[in-house]
Design a protein around this ligand. Structure first.
Ligand code: GTP
Ligand code: MG
Length: 137
């Protein structure tokens, strides 16, 4: 489809990169359909990352994602999921291409500045997790 879901993570919000990252997203051709600024509870972050429950870093990931507020958004663009993952770069910022959001703003594989859905199906699930129909424009 033409939608993806993103979160600007606590490291990037805390370091003051929210504005620059939103600028990169908009300059990349994405339209903001929905957006909110929230501090996730352990329960909410744990449920969002339930797909990673069996991975060794699950507890650290939930701890990190609840360490400060985040910006969550639904984005619209042709080929949104793939193009957005190109814009943010590899999970490990040391491997992220120059000019990508993670290359510019991320510090480590965990504190990697931003999330992007990895499939159309997950984009739909993740967007619905955070936003009602009345919060989309
Ligand atoms: P997201 O867009 O955030 O989903 O990242 P991704 O799809 O590039 O990576 P993945 O879904 O595999 O992992 C989800 C998140 O878990 C990553 O973005 C990191 O924040 C974190 N993570 C991934 N690998 C590691 C790891 O080896 N150690 C730790 N501490 N965190 C990790
Ligand atoms: Mg992922």
């Amino acid at each position: 489809t033409n939608k993806t879901f993103t979160m600007i993570k606590p490291d990037a919000v805390g370091n003051g990169h929210t504005g620059a990252i939103l600028n990169d997203i908009i300059a990349g051709g994405f339209k903001i359909v929905a957006m909110k600024y929230i501090h996730l509870s352990k329960e909410t972050a744990g449920a969002f990352y339930a797909v990673h429950k069996e991975r060794p870093f699950y507890g650290e990931l939930v701890g990190f994602m609840t360490s400060g507020p985040i910006v969550a958004a639904i984005l619209e663009k042709n080929n949104a999921v793939e193009d957005f993952r190109k814009l943010i770069g590899a999970t490990d910022p040391a491997k992220a291409e120059a000019g990508t959001i993670r290359n510019k703003y991320a510090k480590s594989i965990e504190a990697n500045a931003i999330h992007g859905s990895d499939s159309d199906e997950n984009a739909e699930i993740e967007g619905n997790f955070f936003f009602s129909q009345f919060e989309r424009f």
